[in-house]
Ligand binder design. Structure first.
Ligand code: SF4
Length: 414
């Protein structure tokens, strides 16, 4: 069953929230009255937006209400904020005070909500105030904005178009491995180093195995001895050759741990596709935005001494000697770009968007431990500040040459 997307309308008292609700529903679902605090509670309307599907609209009370019931209303507004998928933040640019809008925005950010800023003009001349509002509240510039007069029905179409163009619906799902075919073999190359937890695969490995099996295809794991392979020990190469040649039908593709790309670029047979768990995961977690991560790698070509690069890992796993994020990738950066400065961020926290500008590139892990919403929020802030982002798998392929990267992304629709 398709879940309804929930769109919440938020803002100060008398900013025009109820008018916006009526504009969206094309009816008087919300009472419009200039008396402060007319929307006593969150009003809910079920409707259908063409191109998006069934939605639940929430028209919330003014967040800034000071009356007796104000605190209760605020609590309800926060509850609505938590519940909704898209925040329409309605701002009257002529209001002269934006503390409430700031509070709503901060709350929406901390909850990783998608936001569209709706400037509601009561007079055409109020449009001139928008730049001033954004000077006072610079974070508004991160979000898509639209300017409407909420009581003008002719503005409805533009509002709907802005929602359709800028909102990623929650029901959008992405195939984990879209190239997998029923009845075919797929090799999972899993080196299992000291960081591999006992008793289970890492999440991307487990997801790939489950996905391939569910598709009635056959996942086959190979534990590569990376130390031996890197040392040029012929026994590991022979073991690998014996493995890949043991199938009665040739496997269609190899999905490898990204850190093994230095070996797999030479060992993967030409008749098999080659990609990495990290590339698979970032495509999945970003809901199919792999092309942004592929484009981001070009930033390596323009690095100069003193540039900052951020390595971002979305979890806090225990890090042992040859850790990919803190040892292997920094070592490669040092080798190929000796004068860049490498910074790190781990876990659910990310750099504040206001500090983001100092980075020339973000290199992100597969992101399997954060939600799609959180990943989307990171991409939103990076896009708004113009900072490119790439991914471990893409970096570790590209560093061995453009052709290797082309091979790794060939199975994906980018
Ligand atoms: S969050 Fe990132 S570093 Fe942590 S296990 Fe997932 S892909 Fe690896």
């Amino acid at each position: 069953m398709t879940e309804r997307d929930i769109i919440g309308i938020f803002g100060k008292m008398n900013s025009g929230k109820s008018s916006l609700m009526n504009l969206l529903t094309q009816q008087e679902t919300s009472i419009v009255d200039p008396t402060p605090g007319t929307t006593a509670d969150t009003k809910i309307t079920l409707t259908e937006i063409h191109g998006l599907g069934p939605v639940k609209l929430l028209d919330t009370a003014g967040f800034d209400e000071q009356q007796d019931l104000g605190l209760k209303k605020r609590t309800k507004v926060i509850t609505a904020l938590k519940e909704c998928d898209l925040v329409l933040l309605v701002i009257d640019p002529a209001a002269f005070e934006y503390e409430t809008d700031k509070l709503i925005l901060e709350e929406a950010r901390s909850l990783d909500k998608q936001v569209i800023v709706v400037y509601n003009l009561f007079r055409i001349s109020d449009k001139n105030r928008i730049d001033k509002v954004e000077e006072l509240l610079t974070r508004l510039r991160v979000y898509h904005r639209i300017v409407v007069n909420a009581i003008d029905i002719t503005h409805r179409q533009r509002l709907l178009e802005a929602i359709l163009a800028n909102y990623i619906p929650k029901n959008v799902t992405v195939d984990l491995l879209p190239f997998v075919e029923k009845g075919e073999f797929y090799i999972l190359n899993i080196p299992m180093d000291e960081e591999t937890p006992p008793g289970r695969y890492l999440r991307p490995q487990a997801m790939a195995e489950e996905y391939i099996t569910r598709k009635w295809a056959f996942p086959v794991s190979y534990r590569m001895n990376l130390a031996k392979a890197r040392a040029g020990d012929s026994s590991e190469k022979e073991r690998w050759n014996g493995f890949v040649n043991s199938f009665t039908r040739r496997p269609k593709a190899i999905i490898t741990d990204s850190q093994a790309m230095d070996i797999m670029k030479d060992w993967a047979p030409d008749d098999m596709a080659l990609t990495t768990f990290s590339v698979m995961m970032i495509n999945y977690m970003s809901r199919g935005r792999l092309n942004e991560f592929v484009n981001g790698i070009r930033a390596l070509n323009s690095l100069v001494a003193g540039d900052h690069i951020l390595i971002a890992e979305a979890c806090n796993h225990s890090r042992i000697r040859e850790d990919i994020g803190t040892v292997q990738i920094p070592n490669l950066l040092k080798k190929f770009y000796p004068e860049v400065i490498v910074n790190y961020t781990f876990g659910r926290e990310f750099v504040d968007d206001l500090d983001m500008k100092k980075y020339k590139l973000v290199i992100h892990c597969g992101g399997c431990m954060i939600s799609n919403q959180r990943m989307a929020a990171r991409l939103r802030d990076l896009n708004a500040t113009g900072v490119p982002i790439t991914n471990y798998g893409i970096f570790l392929s590209y560093i061995h040459g453009e052709k290797i990267l082309d091979r790794v992304i060939a199975p994906w629709d980018v």
